[in-house]
Write a protein that binds this ligand. Sequence first.
Ligand code: SAM
Length: 254
Amino acid sequence: MWWMLAGGAAVALLLATGLFLRRSSTSPAYMSPAYWDERYRRRPATYEWYLSFQDLVDFGLLTLTSAHVSFLGQPLIAVAGLRWLDLGCGNSTLADSVSKALRCQVTSIDISDICISLMKSKYPSKVRYLCMDARDLEFRDESFDVVVDKSTLDAVVSAGSATAKHAAKRIVRQVARVPAHGTDMSVILAKVLVPKGQFLVISVHPWSYWDTIISTASPNLVHCEERAQRVVLAAGRDPILVFLNVFSKGGMQY
Ligand SMILES: C[S@@+](CC[C@H](N)C(=O)[O-])C[C@H]1O[C@@H](n2cnc3c(N)ncnc32)[C@H](O)[C@@H]1O
């Protein structure tokens, strides 16, 4: 069931942000590969931040309604064979599920090489797992149709510092970069997303939060759609709101 965004969103956002901030007060190193290496060494079992692939399907991933959210005239997700990039995959099953259920070619990257070794041994064939920093993606321009971020940007911004926001902007620019100077959209430098490609951000923060980061980092990423869902992370805990925001590279100009 869906809740379109209203006043309640602000309350839930405070709760959700508190979740990350509480964690970051005891684990202030969400941007550090060493922190994640140690975490995956200690806890190799699958851990899904917020939502599994099936939860995302229930969330409406396959029925996104925005007019922008179509790919060559078809609903985005209905297109088999799309090239997906999962930013900061962790030991989530998202990439494996997308590759099987949607018959897409998925590449997953993570800054933790312990995580990547683990995922390669768990899922040896379907998904391409690479140890890489999302701030410096080593792919050719326009090599992905869909880029998905599930809580990696949340982890990056959780420190709340200017450095953290700078890192988030740097990641966004890897998805769809514009020249450092000038606003001439005809000279968009591509980076990894194809024109009209989709950037999916699954986060405890709503669009109003990401807008300030994304519109300055990559103004050619046009916001298409936002959905929100209450998620209970553990029995006995209050639900939090998790947001699915969809951005399209280039929006109407392509
Ligand atoms: C909160 S976890 C999310 C994991 C997974 N996406 C999920 O939804 O379950 C954040 C992940 O991002 C990775 N990460 C953090 N900073 C990164 C960076 N700069 N580049 C790539 N991965 C990064 C961490 O190693 C960790 O696996």
